[in-house]
Design a protein around this ligand. Structure first.
Ligand code: SF4
Ligand code: SF4
Length: 172
């Protein structure tokens, strides 16, 4: 019996096809290595802040409880081929093995396996985390996640322009 491809697997296939066709040319372009590096640095800055504020520790403890993390299965359906393509540019292999039953496809043993994440994943803080943060910590986190999302948005716009120019209308 043939296994049906899930919506997220279709998006992953599209991202991988685009990466196979254009990934090397994009990374050989004068501008993209720098834009990818800026995005990676913004992501790392958010993560460092989350570590400093003990958010990472709280989430790790939570993920190891019976109820598990807040990474619901539905969230994977919000990822499109562009964000997945950017993950490939960042070196994420995007395997399709579900490690946590009834949770998002991208949950791994050490948390999220993606580097470029959806705005929901970047911004979400549950009530427990929110109550553990001071107003000034929340502001710092908001600023860091905003800078991360902005760097990702800039990169995606530039990639779309590059592909429209170099690959034609099928990449709209
Ligand atoms: S955000 Fe809250 S619910 Fe989600 S993993 Fe962290 S502690 Fe758990
Ligand atoms: S943070 Fe990662 S594992 Fe969690 S819902 Fe978002 S993409 Fe899925």
């Amino acid at each position: 019996m043939q296994m049906q491809t899930s919506p997220i697997e279709t998006e992953i296939d599209r991202a991988k096809d685009r990466f196979a066709l254009y990934g090397p040319a994009i990374m050989a372009d004068r501008d993209f290595p720098g834009l990818v590096a800026q995005y990676r640095e913004a992501i790392q800055a958010t993560h460092r802040l989350m570590q400093e504020l003990q958010v990472v520790a709280l989430c790790s403890r939570c993920a190891n409880t019976a109820s598990g993390s807040c990474c619901a299965r539905e969230v994977e359906t919000w990822y499109d081929d562009w964000l997945l393509f950017i993950n490939l540019l960042l070196g994420v292999p995007l395997d399709t093995v579900r490690e946590a039953h009834d949770h998002c496809l991208f949950v791994g043993a050490n948390g999220c396996k993606l580097i470029a994440r959806h705005s929901f994943c970047v911004n979400f803080l549950c009530p427990e985390i929110l109550s553990a943060l001071t107003p000034s910590d929340k502001e710092k986190l908001l600023a860091a996640s905003g800078a991360e999302l902005y760097a990702g948005w800039i990169l995606e716009q530039r990639l779309r322009q590059w592909l429209n120019h170099n690959a034609g209308r099928d990449e709209d």
